[in-house]
Design a protein around this ligand. Structure first.
Ligand SMILES: Nc1nc2c(c(=O)[nH]1)N[C@H]1C(S)=C(S)[C@@H](COP(=O)(O)OP(=O)(O)OC[C@H]3O[C@@H](n4cnc5c(=O)[nH]c(N)nc54)[C@H](O)[C@@H]3O)O[C@H]1N2
Ligand SMILES: Nc1nc2c(c(=O)[nH]1)N[C@H]1C(S)=C(S)[C@@H](COP(=O)(O)OP(=O)(O)OC[C@H]3O[C@@H](n4cnc5c(=O)[nH]c(N)nc54)[C@H](O)[C@@H]3O)O[C@H]1N2
Ligand SMILES: [Mo]
Length: 911
């Protein structure tokens, strides 16, 4: 039965549980009731009372004044949102607020965009009747931080910042101290933004209605002439961003509240780390290296130079003497064009991308078990699950908006969270179970988990029966594992593993998330298959709140593989070796494309060292800094006749180039990115490309035409149309129908998208069980004796991969260098103190890194990041890689350590 309530004596239907505020706003419009402490992404709070309304139980009956933001509508009640007495009440409240608020509006940074000003005007205040009271002008402004600012003289104690920090980011940095007139916001233990544990997500700044908390970009106050919605360039979460511009310059970035992905939230990189885009270091002209020096040349000269050489190598040494690396930082359309260039124009399948060094084992492992290599569910399923298993991922740094949601999940009573990670990550600190396994032993710990689930009869028999194959054989092998031996290998008690396994298997809905701690190993693909097996045996597939969910890395790494940036599958994951597929591509591209598998990235470098690779074109990937074994990569590039690097900056790789082509960043182009939940979203050009640069797609299209292949000029609509004609799961995607929030593939021709995969059957028919036993990494077998420590490498919140972009923003002031996590026991043994440089040596070489002494790693385990070229940690990582997918084993490096003498001496000398 429809429920009715009255607004000003007119009846309207309301939704069950709807607050009076939302009800009245929905019927009468946004501005009808003023609010101060309310915000779209926060729970109702009911403290400022500005949103008060009168409610009576019968017409013209006795009314009661209630805060509309947190009072639900009652059936048949009579609501008077703007009665005379309510208007008087609101005016009084605001006047009181204003008495201790400084009246320096004209010189205030948010003048014209201040919510307090708006509300004051809307309740009809023209002057304050009370004498100006005491105010808080003695409160010092906090300018300690490169981004965050506070001026608490402007604070009206609405708690929005405190609630944003708690409810949105889950950081609990802000709180209220003191009472009455002295009540004030503090950060951490009453310290500055810089000294507090603030993660600079800016949620508080976006939430603050005045300028009490803001940021250096004055994001709220900006008198922008234009706002453009686009998608973040950093990680695979795919946050939507509202970018404000004036006179063609980016002023600030805010997060739209109506974005399905990020609901008004984003992180320090998305919101604040954009100033790389017009940094003086941007490459601004094509260049050719002559006699060891780069010379600026025209685009025509660069194109002709490359075209002549490409034609010559192709003719003389065959198409397979050329190779390309495409960029997951670029759009789908650009990646599609780049693989098309290699397949249709050069006629080689030598095309690969950063997924190789990242989640290639995920794609392969999930294809083997399910048939599709992408996340099965959506991030919003965190609302529908009872248990999360996070293995080898550190989302509060790598995927901060998702990480914040997971942290909120883990902090709720009754929710189960299992974190499998050698380090005590932020999520591990909140987890129900943290299993700190030795790096490289995932296969062992997952086999123990599955052993207990099977032997204790916790499997989902009917799911196994109806939806899977291979279980009997699998079970036979699984039950033969040696628990004692494996327990020793992982370094965690099997009892604890058993408890976690039971928690996962008995949860009504359990969802797994995994990252590079799973994939970047010699047994990476097998581990992914085990995670998929765990879901299969417990029936955690095909509905809300379950599934296998890789936290994909780059903003568009999902998309670049979807578009065919892989040497064995073309656009749409079609197997290039199959004759019928080859025919399909031949017809579509109008030329003969090759049907033998091309080089993966490590094979490109091997071919270069053997003299077989003549030319390589690398777009947006700093392989020298980020691929393993740096010195080998440099040798390989030096041994390649023509190295073309298309970049924003003079990276370590660009320095090795023969030709440099200056590309354009995400703010300067249109297209689409696909996030980690298969969501294809529109990237809209915000500003013109920096003078001298070209959008990457333009460069590729120009090169196609120069090489004699007719490719029409680029439009976002046109390119997407071509993609949708060849990639089956893009069939129903058009630029138009993507709308603001995108669509999750597969998208049927009628435009219907897919939130959850494998609901009825798997792409390959039945889910496939395959048992794999633990095998010690070669790195440890061969080098473990001489190099007894294990170093694992990962990332920090503030910097992004090679750091070319984030090191050119204020982030570098927040986080200044890579640091080495070192257990106190190990530190003591080597006489190392916090901040000392430590020489970390592997069979490949040595690097000096600053020590950070912490219980976050066990004795014998070290951890660091790879964001700073001065450190260049990949000088010491190895060539070991996943046996199936060739993803490098960045996560297990055998090393020895000592206090670094050289570095200290250098520092002493420079004083
Ligand atoms: N701030 C920031 N965000 C990023 C990036 C960045 O550079 N900076 N990069 C983006 C990219 S490209 C990617 S791919 C993602 C990566 O994001 P994640 O997948 O979270 O990657 P990492 O931080 O490298 O490693 C994750 C965790 O694996 C753990 N680990 C190491 N060895 C093992 C092991 O043997 N077993 C288990 N179970 N765990 C292990 C590490 O301790 C670490 O906590 O992040 C993306 N987001
Ligand atoms: N030791 C260690 N090494 C690792 C890892 C690890 O865990 N440990 N992780 C690995 C992983 S998962 C990954 S994905 C790789 C990432 O390694 P990279 O792909 O090398 O890392 P990014 O910093 O993302 O580099 C992208 C480059 O693209 C440029 N760029 C950005 N946008 C554009 C654009 O629109 N056009 C053009 N032309 N250029 C652009 C940037 O300036 C930057 O130099 O690193 C790997 N390396
Ligand atoms: Mo990655």
């Amino acid at each position: 039965m429809e429920q009715i309530a009255y607004i000003n004596n007119i009846p309207y239907p309301y939704k069950n549980g709807e607050t009076i505020l939302n009800f009245v706003k929905r019927i009468e419009g946004e501005k009808i009731i003023p609010t101060l402490c309310d915000a779209p992404n926060l729970e109702a709070f009911g403290s400022c009372r500005v949103c008060s309304v009168e409610v009576a139980l019968e017409k013209d009956g006795k009314t009661k004044t209630v805060a509309s933001c947190h009072t639900p509508v009652m059936a048949n009640s009579f609501i008077y949102p703007n009665s005379e007495s309510i208007q008087e009440l609101r005016k009084n409240i605001i006047e009181l607020v204003l008495t201790d608020h400084p009246m320096d509006c004209l010189t205030c940074e948010v003048n014209g965009n201040c919510e307090l000003q708006d509300v004051a005007a809307s309740v009809g205040i023209t002057e304050v009747r009370y004498p100006e009271g005491e105010n808080h002008l003695d409160r010092e402004k906090d300018v300690s931080h490169p981004y965050m600012r506070s001026d608490l003289s402007k604070c009206i104690n609405c708690y929005r910042c405190v609630r944003a920090c708690d409810e949105v980011q889950g950081e609990f940095v802000l709180s209220m101290a003191g009472r009455g007139f002295d009540a004030h916001i503090i950060k951490g233990n009453d310290e500055s933004f810089m000294d507090s544990p603030c993660v600079s997500c800016g949620a508080c700044s976006q939430a603050c209605p005045t300028s009490a908390i803001s940021d250096i970009f004055q994001s709220k106050s900006i008198q922008a002439t234009e706002k453009t919605r686009t998608v973040c360039t950093y990680c695979g979460v795919g946050c939507n961003l509202d970018v404000s511009t004036k006179n063609g310059k980016v002023l600030s970035i805010q997060a739209p509240y109506d974005a399905e992905v990020n609901q008004g939230h984003t992180c320090i990189k998305g919101r604040y780390a954009f100033k790389f885009y017009d940094h003086p270091d941007r490459l601004r002209s094509p260049m050719i290296k002559r006699n060891g020096e780069f010379e600026e040349v025209s685009w025509e000269e660069a194109y002709d130079y490359i075209t002549d050489k490409f034609k010559y190598y192709k003719e003389e040494f065959g198409p397979d003497s050329l190779a390309g690396i495409s960029s997951s930082r670029c759009t789908n359309e650009e990646n599609y064009l780049m693989q098309k260039f290699y397949r249709a124009v050069i006629q080689t399948n030598n095309i690969d991308g950063c997924a190789r060094v990242c989640h290639s084992p995920t794609a392969l492992g999930m294809q083997r078990t399910f048939g599709t290599g992408a996340a099965t569910n959506s991030i919003k399923d965190l609302k529908h699950t009872n248990c999360i298993m996070v293995i080898g991922a550190n989302p509060t740094s790598g995927h901060p908006v998702t990480g914040a949601k997971m942290k909120q999940f883990a902090m709720k009573q009754d929710n189960i969270s299992i974190v499998i990670d050698p380090r005590k990550t932020e999520l591990a600190r909140h987890a129900t179970y943290h299993l700190p396994v030795r790096p490289g032993t995932n296969v062992a710990v997952l086999n123990i988990m599955m052993y207990y689930i099977v032997s204790e009869g916790l499997v989902d028999e009917s799911f196994i029966q109806n939806r899977t194959e291979g279980f009997e054989e699998f079970k036979k092998e699984l039950l033969q594992i040696n628990l004692q031996e494996l327990e020793e290998i992982i370094g965690v008690s099997k009892e604890k593993v058993r408890e976690a396994a039971i928690a996962y298997a008995t949860a009504p809905n359990a969802m797994s998330f995994h990252g590079l701690g799973v994939t970047e190993h010699s047994q990476g693909t097998f581990t992914v298959m085990q995670i998929a097996d765990l879901a299969l045996m417990t029936g955690n597939i095909g509905r809300k709140g379950v599934g296998v969910n890789p936290l994909r890395g780059q903003n568009n790494v999902q998309g670049s593989a979807d578009m065919g940036v892989q040497p064995h599958q073309g656009a749409g994951y079609l197997d290039i070796t199959k004759p019928e597929i080859n025919k399909k591509y031949n017809e579509f591209y109008g030329v003969q494309v090759p049907s033998h598998i091309g080089y993966k990235i490590p094979e490109m470098f091997d071919a270069a060292l053997e003299g077989k690779l003549k030319a390589i074109w690398i777009i947006g990937e700093d392989v020298v800094q980020t691929d393993p074994n740096t010195q080998k990569v440099i040798k390989a590039l030096n041994n390649t006749d023509l190295v073309i690097v298309q970049e924003l900056f003079m990276t370590e790789t660009a320095k090795q180039a023969d030709v440099i082509l200056p590309g354009a960043s995400f703010l300067e182009k249109s297209g689409t990115f696909t996030n980690g939940e298969r969501r294809v979203q529109r990237v809209n050009q915000v500003v013109e490309p920096i003078a001298g640069t070209k959008p990457d797609r333009q460069i590729i299209v120009d090169m196609m035409n120069k090489m004699g292949y007719t490719q029409p000029d680029y439009t976002a609509e046109g390119a997407l149309k071509e993609v949708s004609e060849i990639v089956p799961f893009f069939a129903g995607i058009t630029w138009e129908n993507l709308g603001e929030n995108g669509k999750q593939w597969p998208v049927a021709p009628d435009g219907t998208d897919t939130k959850i995969l494998h609901t009825k059957e798997f792409k390959r028919g039945k889910g496939y069980f395959e048992f794999n036993d633990f095998k010690e990494s070669n790195e440890i077998v061969q080098n473990g004796k001489e190099y007894p420590y294990i170093l694992t490498t990962n990332r920090d919140l503030e910097h992004y991969n090679c750091g070319a972009m984030t090191r050119r923003t204020g982030n570098v002031e927040v986080h200044t260098t890579d640091k080495l996590w070192l257990n106190p026991k190990d530190a003591q043994e080597h006489g190392i103190s916090d901040g000392d440089f430590v020489c970390v040596e592997s069979p490949r070489g040595k690097v000096d890194i600053k020590a950070w002494i912490t219980e976050g790693v066990k004795p014998g385990i070290l951890s660091t990041t790879f964001h700073f070229p001065e450190i260049m940690v990949n000088n010491i990582t190895s060539d070991e890689h996943c046996s199936e997918a060739m993803c490098p084993e960045y996560k297990v490096v055998s090393v020895r350590i000592r206090k670094s003498k050289g570095k200290q001496k250098m520092i002493a000398e420079s004083k």
